[in-house]
Ligand binder design. Structure first.
Ligand SMILES: [Fe+2]
Ligand SMILES: [Fe+2]
Length: 174
């Protein structure tokens, strides 16, 4: 059984991941309304990744016979000053999640909860990728002189990642 402290904090993280899902859907809808289909598609896909992160954590707790509390989530930001702001918000969100993942790993280690420590390792790697992706995208969005340059970049550089065989199982399959 995972440590109680870890279970409590992982349940809190499930809420954070679902909140990230909602936030990225809000970003996607913002770009969709501006007829920026590449940026919209990018954020719709990111949203699904966040949903999967939540469901990986659900599956882990189910597998470990630990309590799972499916949470309500805080409403996302839906109004943005300009086309840069959603990406800046996304980068801040990914940096915050990185801290949360690190904290979960720290709790697992403090509790000598080695299975939970190992479970967190994939998320550590994932956060390095997500912060890098959002950081690069923010640079491009700030630098671009026109919307088409941003759309071209997203189409060229953010094609689907493909299946990751090392990823934890997602509750409900998929
Ligand atoms: Fe995530
Ligand atoms: Fe993320």
């Amino acid at each position: 059984m995972p440590a109680d402290r870890f279970v409590e904090q992982l349940n809190a993280q499930i809420a954070n991941e679902f909140a990230a899902h909602q936030q990225y859907v809000a970003c996607a809808v913002y770009y969709d309304a501006l007829t920026m289909p590449q940026m919209a598609g990018f954020f719709y896909a990111q949203a699904l990744e966040e949903r999967d992160h939540a469901m990986m954590m659900v599956q882990y707790l189910v597998d470990q016979d630990s309590a799972v509390k499916i949470p309500g989530v805080a409403a996302p930001q839906t109004d943005f000053a300009d086309i840069v702001e959603p990406v800046a918000l996304a980068l801040e969100q990914e940096k915050r999640v990185t801290e949360q993942i690190n904290q979960l790993t720290r709790i697992a280690r403090e509790e000598y909860d080695f299975a939970s420590d190992q479970f967190m390792q994939w998320f550590i790697k994932e956060q390095v990728e997500e912060v890098a992706t959002m950081s690069d995208l923010l640079t491009v969005v700030k630098r671009a002189n026109d919307v088409e340059a941003i759309e071209d970049y997203v189409q060229r550089e953010t094609a689907g990642e493909g299946a990751d065989p090392t990823a934890p199982a997602v509750a409900g399959g998929a």
